[in-house]
Design a protein around this ligand. Structure first.
Ligand code: BMA
Length: 372
């Protein structure tokens, strides 16, 4: 299968060999772009990556994560018209660790929420449900090491963000909310992160669960007892860690979910992007492409000689957009350092899931791998 797509008057050739095409002008946003706008030394940033993405009032709107020099992450905002170039960074960050002057949902314990995210806010994902934008983000505790609670903020105008606190009282990462009700319930994908062995790959990081709620503002989610996706110990580009990336996108083929997978090596842990297709009426039914769609490369982290590079060999997405012609713009951080975009098409991504599937609960390829 081949597909030519048109982006900004340029034709990109996609195929099952090249399912995703990088934008030739990557990176689309760097720490330099942010530092031109945020001139306060306290707000000088060394990275920009893992941005959530949405469309707001005709503009493409990005909520990006940046590391300050002190190691704490904040979330900034940028907008543009075509989703690729000429981003305008907002004067102030959108979300920094909250204080009592922020907006809180009724009934929240404000002091606890302040402590809960004093260590930084990371990896926002945006889902628009009716007129409200739901932003899930990793909230790092002020003084407990690696104590993370994915938390919820909502907004309707991208000026006031209301904090609702942790989605769950356990370490659940990469929470992506489906943008509409399915059979009268709201759904989310989540990756459990409680790590008995305290290492950064393997173990419990190899499962994705489905969760449901009747009210997405409530932070009361029922998490499925069994995973909807899981990697066993066979060799795989996703073998040591998987996690949802962009909030699922509705297509005629099913809900497209672009996720990340990690394989540990003798020299680091490359993060790749993969694709899965959830049934439109029953997201627990899923086809997963055994073949990743994007591997980290040098093109994903073009920086100036003296720029800081945070984590080599990483492509990581928190958001993708579907255009009317079925093209998919995938926004991704390169090496946790710069923001990039790449282009694909729903037909190609669905075809990968259909032609080269893996068992969703083991990761073992189920297609005729070696033409036996
Ligand atoms: C994950 C998160 C992401 C990051 C990735 C690769 O655990 O911290 O924000 O992009 O690691 O370093």
């Amino acid at each position: 299968m081949k597909k030519d797509i048109l982006v900004n008057d340029y034709v990109y050739h996609l195929s099952l060999n090249v399912p995703v095409h990088r934008y030739e002008h990557n990176p689309i946003l760097t720490a330099h772009d942010v530092n031109k706008v945020w001139t306060d030394p306290q707000l000088r940033v060394i990275t920009i990556h893992n941005a959530g993405i949405t469309v707001f009032k005709e503009d493409v709107l990005m909520l990006f994560r940046s590391h300050l020099r002190n190691g704490i992450s904040v979330i900034g905002m940028a907008k543009n018209e075509n989703g690729t170039n000429d981003w305008i960074v907002s004067e102030q960050p959108a979300l920094v660790p909250c204080n009592e002057n922020d907006a809180f949902a009724p009934g929240t314990d404000i002091e606890k929420l302040i402590e809960n995210e004093a260590g930084g806010v990371e990896d926002p994902r945006i889902s628009k449900i009716d007129e409200t934008y739901f932003i899930t983000y990793s909230a790092y505790h002020g003084f407990k090491k690696d104590r993370v609670r994915v938390s919820l903020a909502t907004t309707q105008d991208f000026q006031t963000f209301t904090r609702h606190g942790p989605i769950l009282e356990k370490d659940m990462r990469n929470v992506v909310i489906f943008p509409e009700k399915i059979n009268d319930k709201y759904f989310a994908l989540m990756r459990p992160n409680d790590d008995p062995r305290k290492s950064h790959t393997g173990g419990i990081f190899k499962e994705i669960r489905l969760a449901t709620t009747s009210d997405p503002f409530s932070n009361i989610w029922k998490v499925s007892k069994y995973p909807v996706m899981k990697q066993d110990d066979g060799p795989s580009a996703f073998g040591d860690k998987i996690g949802p990336g962009a909030p699922p996108i509705k297509t005629k083929h099913g809900w497209l979910s672009i996720f990340h997978g990690v394989r540990s090596t003798m020299d680091g842990n490359p993060y790749v992007l993969g694709v899965a297709l959830h049934d439109l009426d029953d997201p627990s039914k899923v086809k997963v492409s055994n073949i990743p769609i994007l591997f980290p490369s040098r093109a994903d982290c073009t920086v100036e000689p003296e720029d800081y590079i945070h984590v080599p060999n990483v492509v990581f997405t928190c958001g993708a957009l579907r255009n009317e012609d079925g093209t998919i713009f995938i926004y991704y951080g390169g090496n946790d350092t710069v923001m990039n975009v790449a282009f694909s098409h729903e037909d190609i991504l669905a075809e990968l899931c259909n032609r080269f599937p893996q068992d969703p609960l083991t990761g073992i390829p189920t297609y005729n791998l070696f033409y036996r």
